[in-house]
Design a protein. Sequence first.
Length: 344
Amino acid sequence: MTDQAPAPYAGPQRVLSGVQPSGDLHLGNYLGALVKFARLQHETPTFIFVADMHAITVWQDPKKLKDQVREIAAAYLATGLDPKVATIFPQSAVPEHADLAWVFNCVARVGWLDRMTQFKEKSGKHKERASVGLYTYPVLQAADILLYKATRVPVGEDQRQHLELTRDIAGKFNHDYEAPGFFPLPEPLTQGPGARVMSLRDGTAKMSKSDPSDNSRINLTDDADAIAQKIRKAKTDPEPLPETLDELAGRPEAKNLVAIYAALANRPETEVLAEFAGQGFGAFKPKLADLAVAVMGPIGGEMRRLLSDPAEIDRILADGAVRARALAAPTVAEVKALVGYWAG
């Protein structure tokens, strides 16, 4: 008898992703994730959560966390997610995330987690002071994904390793509990152009909400004046824009601004260079500022409108949590039966 490949997952296709409520969202989040969520919701059943359980792996002010959850939800809505189409909910409102994470803590191996590079980067030289949650959060992330049996997950390069861990956990669970095809092995959805937006102050560093300089990023809540000013102050070099992408090599700030323009305009970078080749940043920056204001300005205005009515945001989140639990609870019930938990 020859060994047979594990039975493939035969369930429905689903997309899942989430964003931590740990600071202001910015242009990089919009181009790398939010705009993709808005498109995916019309293609595949989509579950988008606010990752407040992940957020507390590092200290969060309890007085601010709920407002930060609302802000992420407002960003989802302002950038095109429709709560009648996508399921939008707070992670902590669905206790099955924690239930499944514990089972997966017992499926995953210590050696697997030891290889996770993000923990090493975030804990630095004092990993003994880091929370256990920061060490094990990739397991919770696996539970987030597999609780809804998501088959596709939008990821950036920094999360690919965690998705591989999710696949390992799913495969081991299916094998150990003799449940072939029970959990899917989710595939990554690469973000595409505009996914890795760099700092406006340093073209070699990713745009980040943790950067101490507010001028390094365009926040989703920035008004038109702030957006234009940040573009005008963005770091550049003295050379004019070239004709080809190859000629941008070694010019990280120039490359970043061209990439931002292309992503906001939904055009190839080659087209942008063809239009602006030979021109300096004195000509290019005003055009980029106008484009950024046209695209991002309305998002900030809509977020401010939404945040003025927190009760409506809470209603949307509560409704999403009910819908999420309707799918999550049966999955956990099946897992408990497979594991052999006492059922009464």
